[in-house]
Design a protein around this ligand. Structure first.
Ligand code: C2E
Ligand code: MG
Ligand code: MG
Ligand code: MG
Length: 278
């Protein structure tokens, strides 16, 4: 609610909201233009098998470069794309681009490499989702079992029955499905019970705190939960050797984070893969 301050706060508040709204509209206009001009690109961050050190796959992360070279964070523009509906076209482009890259990697020396792609809840709710997934699969010719669709639980979709049915349909196409940012927001035990997912990605906040306070117990609990439910468990956001050691001890299957590798361009990824055993 608007607060009245001594200096005519209501008016100031309204002006501020208006400025914010204008700012968002401006940002959206620029995002659409950047997308239409094919300026957006994907970076790829490796996911590593914690026991063997092998690279299991990569996660595609979208980037929006500004004319001055700065990158706008997807944390800022994905929500904007979701609210405006642009996410439908943008999300299809992301999936198509990531799977095209996967096909190329699979055919050029990395046959078992997997690709993680983030799916927004707005995409999940779109009536043409299944048709889009089938079209991209048939156009790119990749094996869907090497594609991991990462879904973040959110308030936007409370209808669990519908959502678990959708996830079953996605899995029936052959895709893997992961719960992203597990432990935050709206992912709950109730959710896990109903969702036929393959993998839990422990949210970075828990991974960063794994050697502090009760952080270790929390991660251990998530790993145990994943084990019981026959899911793989990934620790994301691993930044230090100490964090890597602890999540390894606790039995996480895979790790992802700056300690192992930052998100990279496709060219950087090719170089990076070439230096590693597989
Ligand atoms: P996410 O899917 O959970 O991705 C992990 C985020 O953590 C990425 O941020 C990644 O760059 C960052 N990260 C990786 N390792 C570390 C680390 O060791 N420390 C820290 N502090 N961060 C690390 P990014 O790329 O800015 O993406 C933020 C979020 O935006 C993603 O979270 C995802 O929810 C969304 N997003 C990114 N790309 C896409 C996309 O293509 N489609 C959709 N729908 N959402 C996307
Ligand atoms: Mg993700
Ligand atoms: Mg996420
Ligand atoms: Mg995450």
């Amino acid at each position: 609610a608007a607060k009245v301050s001594n200096r005519g706060g209501v008016l100031q508040f309204d002006r501020y909201s208006l400025e914010q709204a204008k700012g968002r509209l401006e940002l959206l206009k620029n995002l659409r233009a950047a997308f239409d001009q094919e300026q957006l690109f994907l970076m790829y961050q490796p996911k590593i098998d914690i026991q063997t050190g092998n690279t299991i796959g990569v996660e595609a992360l979208v980037r929006w470069p500004l004319p001055n070279g700065d990158l706008v964070s997807p944390g800022v523009f994905i929500p904007l794309a979701e609210q405006s509906g642009l996410i439908i076209r943008l999300g299809e482009w992301i999936l198509r681009t990531a799977l095209t890259e996967l096909r190329s990697l699979n055919e050029n020396g990395w046959p078992r490499l997997e690709m993680g792609v983030n799916l927004s809840v707005a995409q999940l709710q779109h009536p043409a989702l299944m048709d889009m997934l089938k079209a991209v699969l048939s156009d790119t010719g990749v094996d869907p079992s090497s594609v991991d669709l990462e879904i973040t639980e959110s308030i936007a979709m409370r209808d669990m029955e519908r959502k678990s049915q959708l996830i079953s349909e996605i899995k029936a196409l052959g895709f893997k499905v992961s719960v992203d940012d597990f432990g935050t927001g709206f992912s709950s035990l109730n959710y896990l019970q109903k969702m036929p997912v393959d993998c839990l990605k422990i949210d970075q906040t828990f991974v960063h705190a794994v050697n502090e306070g009760n952080g270790r117990d929390i991660v251990e609990l998530i790993v145990t939960l994943g084990r019981k439910l026959n899911m793989r468990v990934i620790a994301e956001g691993v930044e230090t050797e100490a964090q890597a050691n602890t999540v390894s001890e606790l039995g996480c299957d895979e790790v992802q984070g700056y300690f192992f590798a930052h998100p990279m361009t496709r060219e950087q990824l090719h170089d990076w893969l070439a230096t590693r055993s597989h």
